[in-house]
Write a protein that binds this ligand. Structure first.
Ligand SMILES: [Zn+2]
Length: 722
């Protein structure tokens, strides 16, 4: 039964996705050309006050090959003729946008115009109060940061009519190569008259007042909002292409499990995309920038993915004119580049208050320019795929999606980084053989909501010899977040759900068991043999073996009191309840942890859980990784093929500020011994280290190349011409 008035076909695509998207990037299009991008976001008082020559010179010096420049929307930086399109009060007779476009054109750059439709001035409100967003109490929304302005409704005529006119005018006057729109997807829930009417027309319901995704109105809203935004995207894109067939609409959109627009459709529509993750904040590791690009690549395939970075402090208090430490900027950008981003720096305000970043970005970009041949990647060579699921976040996680969905991914990501395993990310609605058969192992970190068809795709993958590593409630819910009686993947896991979830558990453990037949520990317990027992997670799925399972390597020691201390002794020191399910069939290996090992790892970072996850990946993959790197420290390791070369990127994350920035300094680590698998029949012609400039001594034997990287400060790239 379809629980929604919207069919899955209409909203979640047809299931017949093409690798790298349905919209082809034609020969002669510009999207794959730029490798380094520059963005200057003007502020309203820049015209007449800032120095455009300085900026054009800087863009030339850093060898940027595309520029994104402020054009219009909430403030116009050109002499617009459109009524209500607010011109900068400093504009006078000037055309600062046109001036920058001309300067960039002269240097041969691709030029993209920036618009921002999310806020409007009082005259817009006076003329069209219905263009303004309305809150749940029926009040028009003033802008939270600039209270003289109003927040616009993006799903109504302000976007569909007024911003369409603005978009057309910019393309017609300046023949730009694209329109990049910031904050185009709205600023939260809107209850304006258009949203009420259009939502009722679409599904016969009133706009939802609850955030519970099991409320039918909320579920329909989640889908309807996406439909409206995709309609807007297609409208602007079509209008742009009528005026310049080579230009496109490039929305500022996309992300991982928690992002709200269906990434599969985003990947189909976008010719290129920019991930707007300007810096890290709070408790965010530097590998988060690499994670962004992996999430985008899962749906973009070979298409160019750009990583926007600011040079400032990106915390909730939004010091937009600030400048970060050099080490922080360098590491953030390096991890993005290592994972396949093309760097795009953004600076707000043409007037500079702090110039320290200029040299840093120039250095990074000039290195990038020199190394460009080895940075034009054809494909990643990773054999492990980490699955993410927007439907699990939307319909199973709901308001607790961060904890129930994203924290599992983050824990698994951290474990893979610590294990130095190269890996990609995989979108859960792109599980066709064409997408996933290049992986030997798919990791399912609490991928709770999976349709019957998705479960069958995973079963078929295992039948073809693919391995699976799953945790928690994976496949226990359908695609709408409704719980099943048993796991959708019960037969693959060899486990049966007993109808009960337990948690949060305190003071529970897992006992390490030897195989009764061999008297040995299973390889998944390697390095833990002396432990006897290790700590359990926090949430447990009550599951029993579906058939014979005589020797589970880990068994449950149930929770027992943790106070008073006199009472702290196990009431049940031994059970036969498995803490892990293992299966082998041909080349396929399946490992299922019926608890939140990944989420607990993210919360607690227990060393034993890290060891267990590393062993689990190694056992389930059951083949040598394409590259292994031995040495001290924490590294993000990626491995790539270009047209005539291979590269291994090593990003040095080893730092006391790794889990909470900003970095004070980089701390070199090394030596690192690198062992790289060569493509069948290939010989290495030339090997270089692209950052240090050294030529390492290399041994080649049995199809593998081994070499030592003496030291890594931020980033090293082993480049092998083949
Ligand atoms: Zn509205």
């Amino acid at each position: 039964m379809d629980v929604s008035v919207f069919s899955r076909r209409e909203f979640w695509g047809t299931g017949a996705a093409l690798a790298g998207g349905g919209v082809a990037v034609a020969e002669g299009d510009w999207f794959d050309r730029p490798m380094r991008l520059a963005q200057l976001t003007l502020v309203e008082n820049d015209p007449g006050q800032y120095d455009p020559k300085f900026w054009l010179d800087y863009i030339r010096r850093v060898r940027a090959d595309a520029a994104c420049l402020s054009a219009g929307g909430c403030v116009a930086y050109y002499p617009t003729k459109i009524p209500l399109h607010y011109r900068s009060a400093w504009l006078k007779d000037s055309d600062p946008f046109g001036e920058l476009v001309a300067g960039c054109r002269k240097m041969g750059l691709v030029v993209v115009a920036r618009t921002d439709p999310h806020a409007a001035h009082q005259d817009v409100f006076d003329a069209h109060p219905d263009w303004i967003a309305v809150d749940a109490q029926g009040r028009h929304r003033r802008h939270w940061a600039s209270p003289e302005m109003w927040v616009t409704c993006t799903l109504g005529p302000y976007s569909f009519e007024f911003m369409t006119q603005v978009t057309r005018e910019i393309v017609a006057l300046y023949q730009v190569d694209g329109i990049f729109s910031n904050r185009w997807a709205g600023s939260g829930m809107c209850y304006c008259e258009h949203c009420q009417k259009n939502f009722r027309a679409a599904c016969g319901m009133d706009l939802p007042r609850s955030n519970d995704p099991q409320d039918p109105a909320r579920r329909n809203y989640i889908l309807w909002r996406q439909q409206r935004l995709f309609e807007l995207w297609k409208l602007w894109d079509a209008e742009i292409r009528k005026l310049n067939p080579h230009a496109r609409f490039i929305p500022n959109t996309g992300g991982g499990a928690l992002s709200e627009l269906d990434m599969k459709r985003v990947g189909e529509l976008a010719p290129t995309l920019a991930a707007d993750r300007q810096a890290r904040r709070g408790l965010m590791p530097p590998w988060a920038n690499g994670k962004n690009v992996k999430e985008y690549r899962a749906v973009m395939g070979r298409k160019a993915i750009v990583g926007i970075f600011s040079v400032g402090v990106e915390e909730a208090y939004r010091w937009k004119d600030s400048v970060q430490s050099e080490a922080e900027i360098r590491l953030w950008v390096a991890d993005g580049i290592a994972n396949g981003f093309r760097p795009w720096f953004i600076k707000f305000s043409g007037t500079l208050y702090d110039r320290r970043w200029l040299r840093v970005v120039e250095d990074i970009y000039q290195w990038h320019y020199r190394a460009e041949r080895y940075l034009r990647n054809e494909e990643p060579l990773a054999r492990v795929g980490l699955v993410y699921s927007q439907q699990s976040a939307a319909f199973y996680g709901g308001e607790r999606a961060r904890e129930k969905v994203e924290d599992h991914i983050l824990g698994m990501y951290q474990a893979l980084i610590e294990a130095r395993v190269p890996f990609e990310m995989v979108h859960d609605r792109m599980l066709e053989a064409a997408h996933i058969d290049r992986f030997k192992l798919l990791v399912l970190p609490n991928i709770a909501a999976l349709s019957d068809a998705q479960c069958e795709q995973l079963r078929a993958y295992a039948r073809r010899g693919g391995s699976l590593l799953a945790t928690g409630e994976t496949s226990l819910y359908d695609e709408w977040g409704r719980r099943r009686k048993n796991f959708g993947l019960a037969e693959v896991f060899g486990a049966r759900f007993n109808g009960r979830l337990e948690g949060p558990m305190r003071n529970s453990y897992l006992r390490l068991e030897k195989d009764a037949a061999t008297g040995r520990f299973h390889p998944v317990l390697k390095g833990l043999e002396d432990a006897g027992r290790i700590i359990n997670g926090v949430w447990r799925v009550d599951a029993s073996p579906a058939g014979m399972y005589p020797n589970p390597p880990l068994t449950l020691i149930p929770s027992y009191p943790d106070l008073p201390m006199e009472k702290v002794y196990p009431r049940q020191p031994r059970t036969d309840i498995p803490g892990v399910f293992l299966r082998e069939a041909g080349n396929s290996r399946v490992m299922y942890f019926p608890w939140d090992i990944d989420r607990t790892f993210w919360e607690v970072l227990c060393v034993d859980h890290g060891v267990l996850l590393r062993n689990a990946v190694e056992w389930a993959t059951n083949e040598e990784q394409p590259v292994t790197v031995a040495g001290p420290g924490v590294l993000d390791v990626t491995v790539w093929r270009q047209k005539e070369s291979l590269t291994v990127h090593l990003v040095n994350l080893t730092n006391p500020m790794m889990m909470k920035g900003p970095l004070r300094e980089a701390i070199p680590v090394g030596p690192q011994k690198v062992r790289l698998k060569l493509p069948a029949g290939a010989r290495a012609k030339k090997v270089q280290l692209l950052v240090s400039g050294q030529t390492p001594r290399v041994e080649e034997a049995g199809g593998y190349l081994t070499l030592t990287v003496p030291s890594i400060l931020y980033h090293e790239v082993v480049a092998v011409d083949v």
